[in-house]
Design a protein around this ligand. Structure first.
Ligand code: EPU
Length: 439
Protein backbone atom coordinates (compact mmCIF):
# COMPACT_ATOMS: atom_id res chain seq x y z
CA UNK A 1 0.00 0.00 0.00
CA UNK A 2 2.76 2.46 1.13
CA UNK A 3 4.90 1.64 -1.94
CA UNK A 4 1.97 2.11 -4.28
CA UNK A 5 1.03 5.36 -2.59
CA UNK A 6 4.54 6.80 -3.05
CA UNK A 7 4.67 5.51 -6.62
CA UNK A 8 1.46 7.41 -7.35
CA UNK A 9 2.78 10.59 -5.71
CA UNK A 10 5.98 10.35 -7.79
CA UNK A 11 3.89 9.71 -10.91
CA UNK A 12 1.75 12.81 -10.30
CA UNK A 13 4.79 14.98 -9.54
CA UNK A 14 6.38 13.82 -12.82
CA UNK A 15 3.15 14.64 -14.68
CA UNK A 16 2.94 18.06 -13.01
CA UNK A 17 6.54 18.83 -13.98
CA UNK A 18 5.83 17.77 -17.55
CA UNK A 19 2.96 20.25 -17.82
CA UNK A 20 4.68 23.10 -16.05
CA UNK A 21 8.07 22.95 -17.75
CA UNK A 22 9.53 26.04 -16.21
CA UNK A 23 12.42 26.57 -18.59
CA UNK A 24 12.32 29.81 -20.46
CA UNK A 25 14.44 31.29 -23.22
CA UNK A 26 15.76 34.81 -22.79
CA UNK A 27 16.88 36.77 -25.84
CA UNK A 28 18.55 40.17 -26.13
CA UNK A 29 17.47 41.22 -29.61
CA UNK A 30 19.16 43.20 -32.33
CA UNK A 31 22.15 41.03 -33.30
CA UNK A 32 22.71 40.09 -36.97
CA UNK A 33 23.14 36.34 -37.17
CA UNK A 34 26.29 35.02 -38.81
CA UNK A 35 28.04 31.69 -39.21
CA UNK A 36 26.97 28.13 -39.96
CA UNK A 37 24.19 26.03 -38.53
CA UNK A 38 23.82 22.26 -38.93
CA UNK A 39 20.31 20.99 -39.49
CA UNK A 40 19.05 17.97 -37.53
CA UNK A 41 17.06 15.02 -38.79
CA UNK A 42 13.42 15.70 -39.57
CA UNK A 43 10.93 15.19 -36.75
CA UNK A 44 8.06 14.57 -39.13
CA UNK A 45 10.04 12.05 -41.18
CA UNK A 46 11.41 10.27 -38.11
CA UNK A 47 8.03 9.75 -36.41
CA UNK A 48 6.39 7.52 -39.08
CA UNK A 49 9.70 5.80 -39.87
CA UNK A 50 10.18 4.80 -36.22
CA UNK A 51 6.58 3.53 -36.22
CA UNK A 52 7.27 1.45 -39.36
CA UNK A 53 9.58 -0.68 -37.19
CA UNK A 54 6.38 -2.39 -35.97
CA UNK A 55 5.98 -3.98 -39.40
CA UNK A 56 8.94 -6.39 -39.10
CA UNK A 57 10.65 -8.61 -36.57
CA UNK A 58 14.33 -7.89 -35.97
CA UNK A 59 16.63 -5.01 -35.16
CA UNK A 60 16.12 -1.74 -37.08
CA UNK A 61 18.69 1.05 -36.86
CA UNK A 62 17.76 4.68 -37.49
CA UNK A 63 20.47 7.31 -37.78
CA UNK A 64 20.25 11.11 -37.49
CA UNK A 65 17.17 10.89 -35.30
CA UNK A 66 16.74 14.28 -33.59
CA UNK A 67 16.66 14.37 -29.77
CA UNK A 68 13.19 15.80 -29.25
CA UNK A 69 10.25 15.37 -26.92
CA UNK A 70 8.02 14.09 -29.74
CA UNK A 71 10.61 11.42 -30.51
CA UNK A 72 10.69 10.45 -26.83
CA UNK A 73 6.88 10.18 -26.89
CA UNK A 74 6.83 7.83 -29.88
CA UNK A 75 9.66 5.73 -28.39
CA UNK A 76 7.66 5.42 -25.18
CA UNK A 77 4.60 4.31 -27.11
CA UNK A 78 6.52 1.74 -29.16
CA UNK A 79 8.08 0.33 -25.98
CA UNK A 80 4.61 0.15 -24.42
CA UNK A 81 3.47 -1.93 -27.40
CA UNK A 82 6.26 -4.45 -26.72
CA UNK A 83 9.13 -3.19 -28.89
CA UNK A 84 12.67 -2.98 -27.51
CA UNK A 85 13.78 0.61 -28.03
CA UNK A 86 17.23 2.06 -27.40
CA UNK A 87 18.89 5.36 -28.20
CA UNK A 88 22.51 6.43 -28.26
CA UNK A 89 22.62 10.13 -29.13
CA UNK A 90 21.10 10.37 -32.63
CA UNK A 91 20.93 6.63 -33.30
CA UNK A 92 17.76 4.79 -32.33
CA UNK A 93 17.43 1.01 -32.52
CA UNK A 94 14.06 -0.70 -32.38
CA UNK A 95 13.29 -4.40 -32.35
CA UNK A 96 9.58 -5.09 -32.51
CA UNK A 97 9.89 -8.91 -32.37
CA UNK A 98 8.18 -8.72 -28.97
CA UNK A 99 5.17 -6.76 -30.26
CA UNK A 100 2.36 -8.09 -28.07
CA UNK A 101 0.16 -5.18 -27.07
CA UNK A 102 -2.42 -3.63 -29.40
CA UNK A 103 -3.49 -0.80 -27.08
CA UNK A 104 -2.18 2.77 -27.38
CA UNK A 105 -3.54 4.39 -24.23
CA UNK A 106 -4.81 7.93 -23.74
CA UNK A 107 -1.88 9.00 -21.54
CA UNK A 108 0.63 8.26 -24.30
CA UNK A 109 -1.44 9.43 -27.29
CA UNK A 110 -2.51 12.76 -25.76
CA UNK A 111 1.15 13.83 -25.60
CA UNK A 112 1.48 13.66 -29.34
CA UNK A 113 -1.11 13.31 -32.09
CA UNK A 114 1.24 11.43 -34.43
CA UNK A 115 0.76 8.42 -32.11
CA UNK A 116 -2.28 7.63 -34.29
CA UNK A 117 0.25 6.35 -36.85
CA UNK A 118 0.49 3.06 -34.94
CA UNK A 119 -3.10 2.23 -35.94
CA UNK A 120 -2.36 0.92 -39.46
CA UNK A 121 0.73 -1.14 -38.50
CA UNK A 122 -0.99 -2.66 -35.44
CA UNK A 123 -4.05 -3.85 -37.37
CA UNK A 124 -1.79 -5.15 -40.07
CA UNK A 125 0.54 -7.07 -37.70
CA UNK A 126 -1.77 -8.10 -34.85
CA UNK A 127 -5.18 -8.05 -36.55
CA UNK A 128 -6.42 -5.58 -33.96
CA UNK A 129 -5.69 -2.19 -32.46
CA UNK A 130 -7.21 -0.03 -29.76
CA UNK A 131 -5.83 3.49 -30.05
CA UNK A 132 -6.96 6.52 -28.08
CA UNK A 133 -8.53 9.21 -30.30
CA UNK A 134 -6.05 12.10 -30.43
CA UNK A 135 -8.69 14.85 -30.05
CA UNK A 136 -8.16 18.47 -31.10
CA UNK A 137 -5.07 20.51 -30.47
CA UNK A 138 -4.04 24.16 -30.26
CA UNK A 139 -4.04 24.61 -34.05
CA UNK A 140 -7.42 23.07 -34.89
CA UNK A 141 -9.81 20.11 -34.70
CA UNK A 142 -7.54 17.81 -36.73
CA UNK A 143 -9.91 14.89 -37.41
CA UNK A 144 -8.67 11.41 -38.42
CA UNK A 145 -11.76 10.43 -40.45
CA UNK A 146 -9.68 9.84 -43.60
CA UNK A 147 -7.32 7.44 -41.78
CA UNK A 148 -10.38 5.50 -40.57
CA UNK A 149 -12.24 5.48 -43.89
CA UNK A 150 -9.11 4.18 -45.61
CA UNK A 151 -8.62 1.39 -43.09
CA UNK A 152 -12.26 0.41 -43.48
CA UNK A 153 -11.79 0.28 -47.24
CA UNK A 154 -8.86 -2.10 -46.62
CA UNK A 155 -11.29 -4.38 -44.79
CA UNK A 156 -10.89 -3.38 -41.13
CA UNK A 157 -13.95 -3.07 -38.89
CA UNK A 158 -13.79 0.20 -37.03
CA UNK A 159 -15.68 1.19 -33.90
CA UNK A 160 -15.34 4.31 -31.77
CA UNK A 161 -15.81 3.45 -28.09
CA UNK A 162 -15.06 5.41 -24.92
CA UNK A 163 -12.65 7.77 -26.67
CA UNK A 164 -10.82 4.94 -28.45
CA UNK A 165 -10.69 3.69 -32.04
CA UNK A 166 -11.04 -0.07 -32.09
CA UNK A 167 -10.01 -1.67 -35.35
CA UNK A 168 -9.96 -5.36 -36.22
CA UNK A 169 -9.19 -7.31 -39.39
CA UNK A 170 -8.23 -10.92 -40.02
CA UNK A 171 -6.10 -9.78 -42.95
CA UNK A 172 -6.26 -6.43 -44.71
CA UNK A 173 -7.16 -6.63 -48.40
CA UNK A 174 -5.72 -4.30 -51.03
CA UNK A 175 -8.15 -1.89 -52.70
CA UNK A 176 -8.51 1.48 -54.43
CA UNK A 177 -8.78 4.43 -52.02
CA UNK A 178 -9.38 8.12 -52.70
CA UNK A 179 -8.37 10.50 -49.91
CA UNK A 180 -10.76 13.49 -49.62
CA UNK A 181 -7.85 15.65 -48.44
CA UNK A 182 -4.16 14.87 -49.11
CA UNK A 183 -3.47 14.27 -45.41
CA UNK A 184 0.14 13.59 -44.46
CA UNK A 185 -0.61 11.35 -41.47
CA UNK A 186 -3.46 9.62 -43.31
CA UNK A 187 -1.23 8.80 -46.28
CA UNK A 188 1.44 7.42 -43.92
CA UNK A 189 -1.01 5.33 -41.90
CA UNK A 190 -2.58 3.80 -45.00
CA UNK A 191 0.78 3.12 -46.66
CA UNK A 192 1.90 1.24 -43.56
CA UNK A 193 -1.39 -0.67 -43.40
CA UNK A 194 -1.32 -1.62 -47.09
CA UNK A 195 2.26 -2.91 -47.43
CA UNK A 196 1.36 -6.21 -45.74
CA UNK A 197 -2.22 -6.38 -47.11
CA UNK A 198 -3.23 -9.13 -49.49
CA UNK A 199 -3.19 -7.84 -53.06
CA UNK A 200 -2.71 -4.40 -54.57
CA UNK A 201 -3.67 -1.03 -53.12
CA UNK A 202 -3.94 2.27 -54.96
CA UNK A 203 -3.97 5.41 -52.81
CA UNK A 204 -5.21 8.47 -54.72
CA UNK A 205 -4.93 12.17 -53.88
CA UNK A 206 -2.22 11.41 -51.34
CA UNK A 207 0.16 13.85 -49.67
CA UNK A 208 3.38 14.46 -51.63
CA UNK A 209 5.62 15.73 -48.83
CA UNK A 210 9.31 14.65 -48.72
CA UNK A 211 8.45 12.82 -45.48
CA UNK A 212 6.09 10.56 -47.48
CA UNK A 213 8.90 9.71 -49.91
CA UNK A 214 11.23 9.01 -46.96
CA UNK A 215 8.70 6.59 -45.45
CA UNK A 216 8.11 4.86 -48.81
CA UNK A 217 11.89 4.48 -49.30
CA UNK A 218 12.19 2.95 -45.83
CA UNK A 219 9.31 0.54 -46.47
CA UNK A 220 10.84 -0.48 -49.80
CA UNK A 221 14.17 -1.14 -48.10
CA UNK A 222 12.23 -3.37 -45.70
CA UNK A 223 11.05 -5.39 -48.69
CA UNK A 224 7.78 -3.61 -49.49
CA UNK A 225 6.69 -2.64 -53.00
CA UNK A 226 5.56 1.00 -52.87
CA UNK A 227 5.65 3.04 -56.09
CA UNK A 228 4.74 6.66 -56.81
CA UNK A 229 5.53 8.34 -53.47
CA UNK A 230 6.02 12.05 -54.16
CA UNK A 231 3.20 12.03 -56.74
CA UNK A 232 -0.50 12.12 -55.94
CA UNK A 233 -1.04 8.39 -56.60
CA UNK A 234 0.77 5.65 -54.69
CA UNK A 235 0.63 2.01 -55.85
CA UNK A 236 1.38 -0.69 -53.32
CA UNK A 237 1.74 -4.43 -53.98
CA UNK A 238 1.18 -6.27 -50.73
CA UNK A 239 3.97 -8.58 -49.58
CA UNK A 240 3.89 -11.39 -46.99
CA UNK A 241 6.75 -10.22 -44.84
CA UNK A 242 9.03 -7.27 -44.19
CA UNK A 243 12.59 -7.22 -42.84
CA UNK A 244 14.50 -4.85 -40.55
CA UNK A 245 16.46 -1.92 -41.99
CA UNK A 246 19.19 0.56 -41.25
CA UNK A 247 18.32 4.05 -42.54
CA UNK A 248 19.26 7.68 -41.91
CA UNK A 249 16.52 10.29 -41.34
CA UNK A 250 16.31 13.10 -43.93
CA UNK A 251 17.11 16.70 -42.84
CA UNK A 252 14.37 18.77 -41.22
CA UNK A 253 13.13 21.22 -43.86
CA UNK A 254 11.13 23.21 -41.31
CA UNK A 255 14.08 23.66 -38.96
CA UNK A 256 16.15 24.74 -41.99
CA UNK A 257 13.41 27.18 -43.07
CA UNK A 258 13.23 28.63 -39.57
CA UNK A 259 16.97 29.42 -39.64
CA UNK A 260 16.64 30.87 -43.16
CA UNK A 261 13.96 33.29 -41.97
CA UNK A 262 16.10 34.16 -38.92
CA UNK A 263 19.01 35.08 -41.21
CA UNK A 264 16.81 37.23 -43.46
CA UNK A 265 15.08 38.89 -40.51
CA UNK A 266 18.26 39.90 -38.69
CA UNK A 267 19.95 41.03 -41.94
CA UNK A 268 22.49 38.34 -41.20
CA UNK A 269 24.68 36.01 -43.23
CA UNK A 270 24.11 32.37 -42.39
CA UNK A 271 24.99 29.12 -44.11
CA UNK A 272 22.37 26.48 -43.37
CA UNK A 273 24.29 23.21 -43.69
CA UNK A 274 23.19 19.57 -44.05
CA UNK A 275 19.79 20.42 -45.49
CA UNK A 276 18.09 19.43 -48.73
CA UNK A 277 17.40 22.56 -50.83
CA UNK A 278 15.13 20.52 -53.13
CA UNK A 279 12.65 20.11 -50.27
CA UNK A 280 12.54 23.85 -49.68
CA UNK A 281 11.82 25.48 -53.06
CA UNK A 282 8.63 27.28 -51.93
CA UNK A 283 10.34 28.84 -48.90
CA UNK A 284 13.46 29.71 -50.92
CA UNK A 285 11.37 31.44 -53.60
CA UNK A 286 9.30 33.35 -51.07
CA UNK A 287 12.38 34.55 -49.22
CA UNK A 288 13.90 35.72 -52.51
CA UNK A 289 10.75 37.79 -53.11
CA UNK A 290 11.36 39.53 -49.78
CA UNK A 291 14.79 40.63 -51.00
CA UNK A 292 17.02 38.06 -49.27
CA UNK A 293 20.02 36.87 -51.25
CA UNK A 294 20.09 33.11 -51.41
CA UNK A 295 22.88 30.90 -52.71
CA UNK A 296 22.13 27.23 -53.06
CA UNK A 297 24.69 24.47 -52.92
CA UNK A 298 24.17 20.71 -52.93
CA UNK A 299 23.33 20.36 -49.25
CA UNK A 300 23.55 23.89 -47.92
CA UNK A 301 21.89 27.25 -48.39
CA UNK A 302 23.50 30.60 -47.69
CA UNK A 303 21.05 33.37 -46.77
CA UNK A 304 22.01 37.02 -46.63
CA UNK A 305 19.37 39.40 -45.38
CA UNK A 306 18.52 42.60 -47.28
CA UNK A 307 18.51 46.09 -45.72
CA UNK A 308 14.83 46.49 -46.67
CA UNK A 309 12.48 43.55 -46.21
CA UNK A 310 9.98 43.56 -49.10
CA UNK A 311 6.46 42.56 -48.13
CA UNK A 312 5.14 39.49 -49.99
CA UNK A 313 1.87 37.58 -49.85
CA UNK A 314 1.83 33.90 -48.98
CA UNK A 315 -0.71 31.07 -49.03
CA UNK A 316 -0.08 27.86 -47.13
CA UNK A 317 -0.76 24.76 -49.22
CA UNK A 318 0.06 21.05 -49.22
CA UNK A 319 3.56 20.29 -50.55
CA UNK A 320 5.03 21.51 -52.89
CA UNK A 321 3.16 24.63 -51.75
CA UNK A 322 4.34 26.89 -48.95
CA UNK A 323 4.28 24.83 -45.71
CA UNK A 324 1.86 25.70 -42.93
CA UNK A 325 4.70 24.80 -40.56
CA UNK A 326 6.57 27.91 -41.81
CA UNK A 327 3.64 30.34 -41.72
CA UNK A 328 4.23 31.72 -38.21
CA UNK A 329 7.96 32.25 -38.82
CA UNK A 330 7.34 33.97 -42.18
CA UNK A 331 4.77 36.23 -40.54
CA UNK A 332 7.46 37.62 -38.22
CA UNK A 333 9.52 38.57 -41.28
CA UNK A 334 6.48 40.24 -42.82
CA UNK A 335 5.81 42.09 -39.55
CA UNK A 336 8.92 44.11 -40.44
CA UNK A 337 8.15 44.34 -44.18
CA UNK A 338 8.08 47.62 -46.15
CA UNK A 339 4.36 47.39 -46.99
CA UNK A 340 1.37 45.12 -46.38
CA UNK A 341 1.47 41.35 -46.70
CA UNK A 342 -1.55 39.05 -46.92
CA UNK A 343 -1.00 35.64 -45.41
CA UNK A 344 -3.63 32.96 -45.82
CA UNK A 345 -3.62 29.78 -43.77
CA UNK A 346 -5.34 27.05 -45.74
CA UNK A 347 -4.34 23.88 -43.89
CA UNK A 348 -5.33 24.40 -40.26
CA UNK A 349 -8.29 26.36 -38.96
CA UNK A 350 -6.66 27.99 -35.95
CA UNK A 351 -3.02 28.50 -36.69
CA UNK A 352 -2.71 32.16 -35.72
CA UNK A 353 -1.95 31.59 -32.03
CA UNK A 354 1.25 33.60 -32.35
CA UNK A 355 -0.55 36.74 -33.53
CA UNK A 356 -1.73 37.95 -30.12
CA UNK A 357 1.79 37.51 -28.72
CA UNK A 358 3.30 39.35 -31.72
CA UNK A 359 0.83 42.21 -31.06
CA UNK A 360 2.34 42.49 -27.60
CA UNK A 361 5.74 42.96 -29.25
CA UNK A 362 4.42 45.79 -31.44
CA UNK A 363 3.38 43.97 -34.64
CA UNK A 364 0.46 45.32 -36.66
CA UNK A 365 -1.55 42.27 -37.75
CA UNK A 366 -5.28 41.93 -38.36
CA UNK A 367 -6.97 38.56 -38.71
CA UNK A 368 -10.10 38.06 -40.73
CA UNK A 369 -11.11 34.41 -41.11
CA UNK A 370 -8.09 32.56 -42.43
CA UNK A 371 -6.37 35.72 -43.72
CA UNK A 372 -3.83 37.74 -41.77
CA UNK A 373 -3.16 41.28 -42.97
CA UNK A 374 0.35 42.14 -41.81
CA UNK A 375 1.36 45.80 -42.00
CA UNK A 376 5.10 46.17 -41.67
CA UNK A 377 6.34 48.21 -38.70
CA UNK A 378 9.82 49.70 -38.11
CA UNK A 379 10.58 47.79 -34.91
CA UNK A 380 9.37 45.04 -32.64
CA UNK A 381 9.93 45.39 -28.91
CA UNK A 382 10.99 42.69 -26.43
CA UNK A 383 8.31 41.34 -24.08
CA UNK A 384 7.46 38.26 -22.05
CA UNK A 385 5.59 35.90 -24.42
CA UNK A 386 4.42 32.31 -24.70
CA UNK A 387 2.60 30.12 -27.16
CA UNK A 388 0.83 26.80 -27.03
CA UNK A 389 2.10 25.43 -30.32
CA UNK A 390 5.50 24.40 -31.62
CA UNK A 391 5.84 26.65 -34.69
CA UNK A 392 4.16 29.58 -32.94
CA UNK A 393 6.81 29.30 -30.22
CA UNK A 394 9.55 29.26 -32.87
CA UNK A 395 8.13 32.45 -34.37
CA UNK A 396 8.40 34.14 -30.96
CA UNK A 397 12.10 33.23 -30.78
CA UNK A 398 12.55 34.86 -34.21
CA UNK A 399 10.65 37.95 -33.08
CA UNK A 400 12.88 38.09 -29.98
CA UNK A 401 16.02 37.97 -32.13
CA UNK A 402 15.07 41.16 -33.96
CA UNK A 403 13.15 42.98 -31.19
CA UNK A 404 14.61 45.90 -29.29
CA UNK A 405 15.39 44.87 -25.72
CA UNK A 406 14.73 41.63 -23.90
CA UNK A 407 12.23 38.92 -24.85
CA UNK A 408 11.42 36.04 -22.53
CA UNK A 409 9.79 33.07 -24.25
CA UNK A 410 7.91 30.92 -21.74
CA UNK A 411 6.69 27.31 -22.11
CA UNK A 412 9.82 26.14 -23.84
CA UNK A 413 8.20 22.70 -23.61
CA UNK A 414 6.60 23.29 -27.03
CA UNK A 415 9.91 24.17 -28.69
CA UNK A 416 11.54 21.06 -27.25
CA UNK A 417 8.91 18.98 -29.02
CA UNK A 418 10.32 19.89 -32.43
CA UNK A 419 13.62 21.83 -32.40
CA UNK A 420 16.81 20.12 -31.30
CA UNK A 421 18.88 22.43 -29.06
CA UNK A 422 17.42 25.53 -30.70
CA UNK A 423 18.97 28.02 -28.29
CA UNK A 424 22.42 26.41 -28.64
CA UNK A 425 22.21 26.61 -32.42
CA UNK A 426 21.18 30.28 -32.31
CA UNK A 427 23.91 31.03 -29.77
CA UNK A 428 26.49 29.61 -32.21
CA UNK A 429 25.24 32.17 -34.75
CA UNK A 430 26.23 34.95 -32.32
CA UNK A 431 22.79 35.72 -30.97
CA UNK A 432 22.39 36.61 -27.31
CA UNK A 433 20.14 33.81 -26.22
CA UNK A 434 20.05 31.54 -23.17
CA UNK A 435 17.83 28.96 -21.57
CA UNK A 436 17.08 29.54 -17.93
CA UNK A 437 15.41 27.18 -15.55
CA UNK A 438 13.05 28.67 -12.97
CA UNK A 439 12.88 25.54 -10.90
N1 EPU B 1 -7.56 16.13 -42.12
C1 EPU B 1 -8.86 15.68 -42.19
N2 EPU B 1 -9.10 14.36 -41.94
C2 EPU B 1 -8.11 13.49 -41.65
C3 EPU B 1 -6.79 13.95 -41.59
C4 EPU B 1 -6.53 15.30 -41.83
O1 EPU B 1 -9.77 16.45 -42.45
O2 EPU B 1 -8.41 12.31 -41.45
C5 EPU B 1 -7.29 17.55 -42.37
C6 EPU B 1 -6.69 18.25 -41.13
O3 EPU B 1 -7.71 18.66 -40.25
C7 EPU B 1 -5.95 19.39 -41.74
C8 EPU B 1 -5.46 18.82 -43.08
O4 EPU B 1 -6.24 17.65 -43.33
O5 EPU B 1 -6.82 20.45 -41.99
C9 EPU B 1 -4.01 18.44 -43.11
O6 EPU B 1 -3.70 17.60 -42.00
P1 EPU B 1 -2.63 16.43 -42.12
O7 EPU B 1 -3.29 15.16 -41.77
O8 EPU B 1 -1.92 16.53 -43.42
O9 EPU B 1 -1.63 16.82 -40.94
P2 EPU B 1 -0.95 15.83 -39.94
O10 EPU B 1 -0.52 14.59 -40.64
O11 EPU B 1 -1.76 15.70 -38.72
C10 EPU B 1 1.48 16.67 -40.44
C11 EPU B 1 2.59 17.24 -39.64
C12 EPU B 1 2.24 18.65 -39.18
C13 EPU B 1 1.99 19.50 -40.42
C14 EPU B 1 0.90 18.86 -41.28
C15 EPU B 1 0.64 19.59 -42.59
C16 EPU B 1 3.55 15.28 -38.62
C17 EPU B 1 3.82 14.48 -37.40
N3 EPU B 1 2.83 16.39 -38.47
O12 EPU B 1 0.35 16.65 -39.56
O13 EPU B 1 3.37 19.14 -38.49
O14 EPU B 1 1.60 20.79 -40.05
O15 EPU B 1 1.25 17.50 -41.59
O16 EPU B 1 1.81 19.68 -43.32
O17 EPU B 1 4.02 14.94 -39.69
C18 EPU B 1 4.50 20.48 -36.91
O18 EPU B 1 5.52 19.81 -37.15
O19 EPU B 1 4.52 21.53 -36.23
C19 EPU B 1 3.21 20.00 -37.42
C20 EPU B 1 2.05 20.40 -36.92
Amino acid sequence: MGGRFFFRIRFHIAKFKEFTQLDKIIIQGGVSLSGEVHISGSKNAALPILVSSLLADGLNTYEKVPCLRDIDSIKQLLAHLGAKVEQDQNVVTIDASGLNNSVAPYDLVRKMRASILVLGPLVSRLGKARVSLPGGCAIGARPINIHLKGLEALGASIELKHGYVEATAKRLLGTDIYLDVPTVGGTENLMMAAVLAKGDTVLRNVAREPEIIALADTLNQMGADVQGAGTSVINIKGVKRLYPVSVPIIPDRIEAGTFMVAAALTKGDVRICRCDPDHMRAVINKLKQTGAQIDIERSSIRVRGAEIIKSADVKTLPYPGFPTDMQAQFMVLMALGDRVSLISENIFENRYIHVSELHRMGADIEISGNIAMVKGVKNLYGAPVMATDLRASASLILAGLIAKGETVVHRVYHLDRGYEAIEKKFALLNSKIERVSDS
